[in-house]
Design a protein around this ligand. Sequence first.
Ligand SMILES: *Cc1c(COP(=O)(O)O)cnc(C)c1O
Length: 333
Amino acid sequence: MIDLRSDTVTRPGRAMLEEMMHAPTGDDVYGDDPSVNALQDEAATLAGKEAALFLPTGTQANLVALLSHCQRGDEYIAGQLAHNYLFEAGGAAVLGSIQPQPIDAAPDGTLPLETVAAKIKADDIHFARTRLLSLENTHNGKVLPRDYLQAARQFTRERGLGLHVDGARLFNAVVEYGCPLETVARECDSFTICLSKGLGAPAGALLLGSKTFIARALRWRKMTGGGMRQAGILAAAGRYALRNNIERLQEDHANAAWLADALRNAGADVSRQDTNMVFVRIPAEDVSAFREYLRQRGILINAAPVTRLVTHLDVNRSQLEQVALRWQHFFNR
Ligand SMILES: *Cc1c(COP(=O)(O)O)cnc(C)c1O
C-alpha cells in the first residue's frame, strides 16, 4: 500500500528492529531502564534542556506538560486548531480542570501576540488565571518564523506566562531552519516531540524542560498511566530515530514539493505544500468515489474536500509518480 494518510503510518525497518531486539532494559518506573535513560539524556543534550521524559504518545506528553505548567483553575492559550486544544479529547479540561482559551491562528500558523495579550485575564476573582501560552510547530505543516519564536519568548517572559511548544513535528521545522534543535528549544520553557511521526519509531514521545518541571511531569506521567516497565524496547527505536532519521526529513519535504508540482501538472487543485504536507481540493461529490478508486489501486488517502497528503520514510518518489498518474486518470476520465 502507498499510504499518504499521515506520517504516523511508518513501520520500523530492519535496522531499527535490530536495535530494539538488542536493547538493554530494566523497570523504568524504578528509573532502571538503561535504554530509556540513555534516550532521555541524549534528547536533553540535543535540545540543550536540563531534562527529558519518555512517554507513550504525543497526546500524553502534551497533557502531562499542561498538568505540569498549570493548576486547577488555571488557563492556557492555544490555537483553535491546536492539537492540544482540538484533537486531544479535551484532556487538560477533563483531567486537569485547566481551561483552554483558544484563539485563531494567523495564516502563517502563529498566534498573534496582540491577540494573546488581549486574552490574558486580569487578576480578578471572576477569571481563570492565565498561566501558559501553547504554540504548535509545525502547525498543519507550517514552520513558525524564527523571529516569531523569539518574540513569543520575550512576550511570555514580560507577561509572566510559561511557554510550551507542541513540537510533534518540530524536527520538520528544524531541518527547514537549518539550525540545531537547541537554537529553537532555547525559545520555550517546555516542548514535546513525537518519535512516531516522521522520525519513524513505532511509538513514543518526549517532553523536555527544566529539571524541576520534568520532576513534576514524572508524577503526572505515573498518574495518567504512562509509567511503562521495560520500555527500553521502544526507547531503542527512539534512539535509532534521533540518530538516523532527522536529516532525512528533508527528503520528505522534497518529495512533498515534487508531489505538489506533479499533481498541479495533472490538473489537481493544489492549495498549498508546506514541509511534508500537501493540501489538495477535491470536488465534494467525488470524495468517496475517489477514495475507493485509489484504495482499490493500493493507495490510501484521507479523502476530503480539502485532502491532506503526507510524505514520510515509507513512501518514495516512484510511488508518488503512481499517485499523480492515478489522480490524472480519475479526474480526466
Ligand atoms: C500527532 C500530534 C500529536 C499527538 O501525538 P500522538 O502520538 O498521536 O498522541 C500532538 N500534536 C500534534 C501537532 C500532532 O500532530
